[in-house]
Design a protein around this ligand. Structure first.
Ligand code: SF4
Length: 214
């Protein structure tokens, strides 16, 4: 039988977003292909460590989506959400893993967090001053995302934010980080760290070919 890998982005039925549960879904629907995973993931969701995160999420979302304050949902920045999430979770010690090129922005973030009563630990990507040759890389300086993670682990931060870590280094950072971690700034050198702009631009005829890699 032909294997259909999930392709939600091509779905026009969107039963998962609908109340009409008798709709016929496409063959590539992951809900159908992986029915057995529902029970397993419900059980995982009920684990105390995952419930705690869900509680933080529903806590700030109930404010963001407050039906009594419909305009509020457009007023919550990601920085606001992170502070609210941390407060709900009782987290007081926050970590910033920053790219060296975004130190000024991370200082602004640190100032905001501190003025809201948080204890902030910040570590830049060049910490440790590692010699690139030691890991078989060229140049005379190199980021050390594993050390960034280990420093925050030892400092016992409760929630970390990634600010502009390079693609790849963000993966290494996440792999070695023990605390909960969320991205705040995703590096995009061409678009002012706003990667979604590439997707909007791809809809403009002027830019369409720009994203076809030759
Ligand atoms: S989960 Fe199924 S119904 Fe929902 S978008 Fe994906 S394919 Fe469509």
């Amino acid at each position: 039988m032909e294997d259909h890998h999930p392709q939600c982005v091509k779905c026009t039925v969107l039963r998962c977003r609908s109340r009409e549960k008798d709709k016929k879904v496409p063959v590539f629907c992951p809900t159908e292909k992986y029915r057995g995973l529902v029970k397993e993931t419900v059980e995982k969701s009920m684990l105390p460590e995952n419930q705690a995160i869900n509680k933080g999420w529903i806590g700030y979302m109930s404010k963001v989506m407050d039906p009594e304050k419909p305009r509020e949902r457009l007023a919550w920045t990601r920085v606001d959400e992170i502070m609210e999430y941390a407060s709900i979770r009782g987290m007081t010690r926050l970590g910033i893993a920053t790219c060296g090129e975004l130190l000024p922005e991370s200082k602004l973030l640190s100032d905001i967090l501190e003025s809201n009563g948080f204890d902030v630990v910040s570590v830049t990507c060049l910490c440790g001053e590692m010699d690139p040759q030691e890991i078989g890389m060229p140049g005379n300086k190199i980021c050390n995302p594993i050390m960034q993670a280990e420093v925050l682990n030892r400092e016992k931060t409760e929630l970390n934010m990634m600010v502009g870590l390079c693609l790849g280094h963000d993966i290494l950072f996440l792999r070695h980080c023990e605390a909960e971690t969320t991205p705040l700034v995703v590096k995009d050198r061409a678009l002012g760290h706003n990667p979604v702009a590439a997707l909007y631009l791809s809809q403009n005829p002027l830019y369409r070919d720009r994203f076809i890699r030759k």
